[in-house]
Design a protein around this ligand. Sequence first.
Ligand code: GDP
Ligand code: IMO
Ligand code: MG
Length: 429
Amino acid sequence: MASLIVVGSQWGDEGKGKITDYLASQADMVLRCQGGSNAGHTIWVDGVRHALHLVPSGILNPDTICVIGNGVVLDLGIVLLEIKRLQDEGISTKNLVISEKAHIIMPYHFTMDDYQESLKGDKKIGTTRRGIGPAYMDKVARQGIRLMDLMAWQPFLEKLDYNLREKNEIFRRAGLPLIEGEIKERLIADFAVYREQIAPYVGETIYLVNEALAAGQKLLFEGAQGSMLDLDHGTYPFVTSSNTVAAGSCTGVGIGPTRIDKVLGIAKAYCTRVGEGPFPTELKDEIGDNLRNWGNEFGVTTGRTRRVGWFDSVVVRYSALVNGMTDLCLTKLDILDKLPEIKVCTGYSLTGHIVTKMPSTLEELAKCKPIYETLPGWLTDTTACRCFADLPENAQKYVLRLEELCGLPVSLVAVGPDREQIIVRHDLF
Ligand code: GDP
Ligand code: IMO
Ligand code: MG
């Protein structure tokens, strides 16, 4: 087994960072393929918390090569800060390589993100305001600025001029501050510094990755966001602006789909969502508040409160389909430890019919009422369990029932944030 994709199977924050870090010890290369600093991946090792937005979660393993692929939109300020923070903690970043084809998030992308959200009013998406959508808009419009442009400098200045002409036109009409004169000069000066600081990490990554595969090395692809936030397959328009599903990993680093051996979907033992958009199993009661507090469900990137709900097997079955998942990893099982009863959504009731497939339109999804199966809780601390047999019987039954409902083997179960708090049922590499 040489290549494994890790993807979120719900709306993000499933624990991809923790699982990637755990699996990275068995991998030669860990790769981020899409998204940007909208991602917030948390890793706990020996009581120390690491929050990563752009640097792949393999970085804590000193021998693992970490690649930020062409499909990522790069906030240079954030990636450089992350590199510095890691170095201050004594973690080497010498194995980090960033694709010269990655697009750069520019200051005007933040303004555009804010502006678009404010124009939408109560229809806003609830973005992370990290400029992600506008940066991908420029990429698709074939006017984005890539890392290679910054490195060559003159193309950077030329492309910046074009983009500023266009953006200032919009800002002028919207009554927003223009990027010209001194502000433009400061922007250019900032990017001259970024250019110098990022230079040691910029490289060609397509051959690097494909040659590693050809040499039989083990590659681990770290998804960002979740499948229900996928631009094509999620709850559009309440999605992010990249393909978060497994296929996005291929385009995001330049490998073919024939090179992928396994796709591991990460699913929380319940469900959360940040931002706006439909969430059929959302809990707005005391149980939801408890799960939020026990699970510390507050965003890593924006600090926003995460919406909380029961596990939705319609969502995970659909995710399994659009990702071609081979395995599931269930995280945060321990957060359910204190519940006497646990509900699982098996299907939806839609205008008098039972549906077990994800409806295509938001209008239909909004009308869906979850159908629940109630399972007994286990009221036992699971955080010290290290093999499946250690889990209380009802916790085992819960895992096996989700396995049945999702039609996939649950190969890993996480019972705490720390690297060690994991139960391996089937080896993945
Ligand atoms: P990601 O974006 O998918 O990497 O997930 P986040 O890091 O945004 O959110 C997951 C949160 O749950 C983090 O605070 C993790 O430390 C924590 N976490 C991950 N797995 C477990 C687990 O099994 N149990 C508990 N209690 N916390 C976990
Ligand atoms: P990780 O990798 C959870 C959500 C935002 C918003 C929508 C669009 O940590 O799982 P964007 O800024 O991307 O234009 O926002 O997507 N979102 C996430 N939610 N986890 C994430 O990443 C997310 N990245 C984006 O909250 O609803
Ligand atoms: Mg996160």
